[in-house]
Design a protein around this ligand. Structure first.
Ligand code: ADP
Ligand code: MG
Length: 233
């Protein structure tokens, strides 16, 4: 469904990604793991059209999409759930969710989707009128995921959803991701929690210093192998 080939991208004169090849199969969960600063967020930003592409290709369903605006990527059914959640703290939980359905084509379905989000995340329903800034870390992450889902994406790019969460909440977030996969959504998950990410994934990539250093079916990956890549630096 998503094919990234020989992608180069970075910030101004600084190139971060060096000929990155990543394939995300439809209905599968693909994870990209790797140390801090490896370029994981940069990769998601480049796919989403948030930073320019310096070289290579990004294809969605076979169509060339490198350089497509973020707006149009959303219209194509791709949603990003950013690192650090990026929720609007001085707006209510419900207003944040409705922000996810800003595009004209999603507005008609907004109330139905809102009800669906409250089924998925009952805690958010209880807190629907509360300011989002008052939510706990786990609830904030649920809100960020819920907001992304409001646009009815076919593919979601999730950036480090477990960051800073207590283990019990990490379990909850991964259970949510497993549920989304079971619904048939295509997921590209960036994580530093390698154990959990490999456990839920179909395919694993390791990104290191802007390069893919491992691409392997999750069932063939051993954590030992991952750790040796991490510590070989
Ligand atoms: N806005 C930015 N401007 C300049 N350099 C950046 C910016 N964001 C990230 N970088 C640099 O790009 C590299 C990759 O960062 P990032 O993609 O955030 O890594 P990761 O998500 O794997 O931790 C790092 O060296 C980082 O310092
Ligand atoms: Mg990052």
């Amino acid at each position: 469904m998503l094919e990234v080939t020989r992608l180069r991208a970075g910030y101004g004169a600084i190139n971060v990604l060096w000929d990155v090849d990543v394939r995300v199969a439809k209905g599968r969960l693909t994870t990209i793991i790797g140390p801090n600063g490896a370029g994981k967020t940069t990769l998601l930003r480049a796919i989403m059209g948030l930073i320019p592409v310096g070289g290579g290709e990004i294809r969605i369903d076979g169509q060339s999409r490198a350089g497509t605006s973020t707006w149009d990527m959303a219209r194509l059914g791709v949603a990003m759930i950013p690192e650090g959640r990026m929720i609007f703290g001085d707006m209510s939980v419900e207003e944040n969710l409705l922000m996810g359905a800003f595009h004209k084509s999603h507005r008609a379905q907004a109330q139905t989707n809102l009800a669906h989000m409250y089924e998925l995340f009952p805690q958010l329903k209880e807190r629907r009128n509360q300011l989002a800034g008052s939510l706990s870390g786990g609830e904030s992450q649920m809100l960020a995921i819920g907001r992304g889902l409001m646009a009815e994406p076919r593919m979601i790019l999730v950036d480090e959803p477990s960051l800073g969460l207590a283990p019990v909440l990490v379990q909850e977030i991964f259970a949510t991701l497993a549920g989304l996969k079971a619904e048939g959504r295509t997921i590209l998950l960036v994580e530093q929690n390698t154990h959990m990410a490999v456990g839920i994934a179909d395919h694993v990539y390791i990104l290191q210093a802007g390069k893919v250093v491992l691409s392997e079916s999750a069932s063939n990956v051993e954590l030992q192998q991952i750790h040796s890549v991490y510590f070989a630096r």
